[in-house]
Ligand binder design. Structure first.
Ligand SMILES: Nc1ncnc2c1ncn2[C@@H]1O[C@H](COP(=O)(O)OP(=O)(O)OP(=O)(O)O)[C@@H](O)[C@H]1O
Length: 362
């Protein structure tokens, strides 16, 4: 079991957060009529990490966020922010804890009648800080997000990416313990998305800022998250370091969310696959970590001569870990030869799937 998550049985009597836990959810349940929006979610966001939570529409992401910022009360379970249980607090006690979580949103939520610097300084105004201090902090943060020259501009004159940079600066104004990103790049084009994600990663590294990313886009998780939790029907169905979940997705939901960003057999070759034996067998071979570092294919060629042709695939890197998918065509209809190839690959910790056969894959 990954250190970030624990089963319900393990957590119900271990509710205390450690100093390294920024947020800790314990067996959170919330039902709307017959619908269990959250059905026993336990997870921990540790200091300095970027944790991604991904799920399809209706999986329970928004309910999770509302429980986290105290807008929704769970039916049972507990929410700890920096070690303090918030789920039972009244509105007055909740306010200061809510400010420990800075939020950025899909549609930015900037005040159009206020300048950029006043938008950024707003959380400090709510805290009652003097104007000079507010403006100095706004200037520092606009410098951090690369928008110093827009301090006096109004949101309407900014691009989507610039608006989100203002949103990030505002979310950081009150020096929160964690930044919660709620689909913050969903409304942006791919290039702007990349620049916003790079900025978030930079802030995470420079300031050691903890980030919780809620998204339905695997690409967002892949770009910057350290760990990922997959939520479906109110339950965490899979979790772990991003490279490991991407390399070896266990649940159908994760595989479906990974969709197009998982390497696939080229469509023309896939269209020619047949289930019964042909002149070649097409294998999908997934490797990650240590298994992807060695000279796997040259060793295979030596160990089982005449064993394969590489038809598609390669090695990618996620979080500095090699993760690869290779599609091999194994010639002949000799079941013993095919079994040797598969046995060799599995002994090297590769995952092997027989996709089918082709009469001639040339
Ligand atoms: N206030 C509510 N009243 C009734 N049902 C609700 C309410 N809020 C959420 N639900 C239901 O709870 C489930 C989880 O909803 P939630 O909005 O948390 O999912 P989500 O993952 O955020 O979806 P999306 O990505 O579409 O926003 C859904 O079946 C939803 O219809």
């Amino acid at each position: 079991m990954n250190q970030h998550f624990a089963t319900t049985a393990e957590t119900t009597d271990q509710t205390a957060a450690t100093p390294q836990d920024v947020v800790r959810l314990v067996d959170l349940k919330r039902r709307f009529g017959a619908t269990p929006a959250l059905d026993g979610v336990s997870l921990t966001v540790r200091k300095d990490e970027i944790l991604g939570i991904i799920g399809r529409s209706g999986a329970g992401k928004s309910t999770l966020i509302r429980c986290l910022n105290g807008l929704e009360r769970p039916d049972s379970g507990a929410v700890f922010i920096e070690g303090r249980e918030i789920s039972r607090l009244g509105e007055r006690d909740l306010q200061p804890l809510r400010r420990r979580i800075g939020m950025i949103f899909q549609h930015f939520n900037l005040l159009s009648a206020k300048t950029v610097e006043d938008n950024v300084a707003l959380p400090l105004k709510i805290e009652g800080r003097p104007r000079a201090e507010r403006l100095q902090r706004a200037a520092e943060l606009l410098d951090l997000v690369g928008l110093s020259e827009k301090a006096k501009a109004y949101p309407a004159s900014l691009s989507g990416g610039q608006k989100q940079r203002v949103g990030i600066a505002r979310a950081l104004a009150a020096r929160p313990a964690m930044l919660l990103s709620d689909e913050a790049t969903s409304a942006l084009d791919p290039e702007t998305t990349r620049s916003i994600l790079a900025l978030l990663k930079d802030i995470n590294r420079q300031l050691g800022l903890t980030i919780l990313l809620i998204t339905h886009e695997m690409e967002v998780i892949r770009s910057i998250a350290d760990c990922v939790a997959v939520i479906d029907a109110g339950r965490i169905v899979e979790e772990g370091p991003v490279w490991s979940v991407f390399a070896d997705p266990r649940s159908d939901i994760t595989r479906s969310l990974l969709g197009a960003i998982r390497p696939q057999l080229p469509a023309d070759l896939a269209a020619r696959l047949v289930p019964s034996a042909g002149t070649e067998t097409i294998l999908r071979v997934d490797v990650a970590g240590e298994a992807a570092r060695g000279p796997l294919l040259s060793d295979l060629a030596v160990a089982v001569p005449g064993s394969f042709r590489l038809v598609h695939g390669g090695i990618d890197h996620i979080q500095q870990q090699p993760v690869g998918t290779l599609f091999l065509a194994v010639p002949g209809s000799d079941a013993g030869h095919l079994a040797h190839v598969i046995t060799f690959l599995k002994a090297r910790q590769a995952r092997v799937e027989v996709l089918g056969h082709v009469a001639n894959s040339a």
